[in-house]
Design a protein around this ligand. Structure first.
Ligand SMILES: *[C@@H]1O[C@H](CO)[C@@H](O)[C@H](O)[C@H]1NC(C)=O
Ligand SMILES: *[C@@H]1O[C@H](CO)[C@@H](O)[C@H](O)[C@H]1NC(C)=O
Length: 315
């Protein structure tokens, strides 16, 4: 019955001029609308910032059924789940969303976990093609939070150095910039006169600023900025010093000499305490006493032959 009414309503008026292109389009759409439910959207991939409102548009371009069944599903890696079912908002979006006629889903306070694909499904029992669906890809952007930055306090001249910057909250994923003395460090050092002779590489995706060989001119105050479409955040500036390796060499040399001297002194002290010298005396006694004893014995008790023997021994 309703189908007939719709058909009549879409009949071109006999009095309309035959060559009107607008009329032709209407006629075509009208012809299919009799048979099918057709959905369309005004935005297939909407985005919003966290805590803002966003509309997932699901428009019914043609339908003949007066009371179609409308459902929304959220599709994540774990599979689809109901968001709108049996004329009620359910699941994640409960109390945060509503339906705007005919089938548009309006999220009033988007959160980061709303980033997903959403499917609008309309079942129109009285249409010949009684089902249509449309998928909307929603992105809820999240501002970066303050990144964690690591800057070495002092680096020896000519050595390598790595500055790192990490931020995990931002969505889409943060990109990174480094600043030295409040001036942006360019991606390619060759593009700037100031940084021309510096040896760094800068990775905007990972946040790493790496010096292959640090120069004196690389010393300065560094900070990093994490940014995405939703905004940016920075870490506080930190000083990086570059010290001369020669000064260090001299200091090390002096230190080595001092350590050697101390070791020698300590060694001598220990040798005295452990009785190294008394051992030497003992050895001397062992050696000399029998010799003396022999000498004394020979002198006191033996005749000339023995005496000669003793003399040769002494010589
Ligand atoms: C949106 O939700 C957050 C928590 O999820 C809450 O702190 C905030 O007040 C809400 N904003 C509005 C406008 O309801
Ligand atoms: C870079 O180094 C070269 C050679 O060491 C020097 O001649 C040149 O002036 C330097 N350039 C800058 C911009 O400091």
């Amino acid at each position: 019955m309703e189908l007939n009414r719709k058909t009549e309503a879409n009949q071109p008026s006999p009095s309309a001029p035959a060559g009107d292109p607008r009329l032709c389009v209407q006629e075509t759409v009208g012809y299919f609308s009799v048979l099918a439910v057709v959905l369309k959207t005004s935005n297939e991939s909407p985005w919003t910032d966290e805590f803002d409102r966003i509309e997932l548009s699901c428009l019914i371009e043609s339908i003949s059924t007066s009371n179609p069944r409308i459902e929304w599903k959220k599709i994540t890696n774990e599979g689809p789940s109901y968001v709108y079912f049996d004329k009620k908002i359910s699941g994640d979006l409960e109390n945060r969303a509503m339906i705007r006629e005919p089938a548009t889903l309006l999220i009033t306070n988007a959160t980061r976990s709303d980033t997903a694909k959403y499917r609008c499904e309309v079942t129109a029992a009285d249409d010949q093609r009684s089902f249509d669906e449309i998928v909307i890809d929603l992105v809820v952007r999240v501002k970066p939070v303050m990144p964690k930055c690591s800057v070495p306090k002092s680096v020896p001249f000519g050595k390598s150095a790595e500055l790192s910057c990490v931020e995990d909250e931002g969505f889409p994923k943060s990109q990174y910039q480094w600043f030295k003395n409040k001036e942006e460090v360019p991606d390619d050092h060759k593009t700037s006169l100031k940084f021309f002779n510096s040896s760094y590489t800068l990775d905007a995706d990972s946040g790493t600023l790496q010096f292959i060989t640090v120069r004196k001119e690389d010393a300065g105050e560094y900070f990093c900025r994490a940014k995405n479409d939703a905004g940016y955040a920075e870490c506080p500036p930190q000083q990086m010093e570059v010290y001369d390796i020669d000064v260090l060499g001299i200091l090390m040399g002096v230190l080595v000499v001092v350590i050697v001297l101390m070791s020698i002194t300590a060694g001598i002290c220990c040798a005295y305490k452990r009785g190294y010298f008394s051992t030497q005396k003992q050895t001397g006694n062992n050696y000399k006493v029998p010799a003396k004893g022999d000498g004394v014995d020979y002198v006191r008790t033996e005749d000339e032959g023995d005496f000669r023997h003793k003399s040769s021994f002494v010589i």
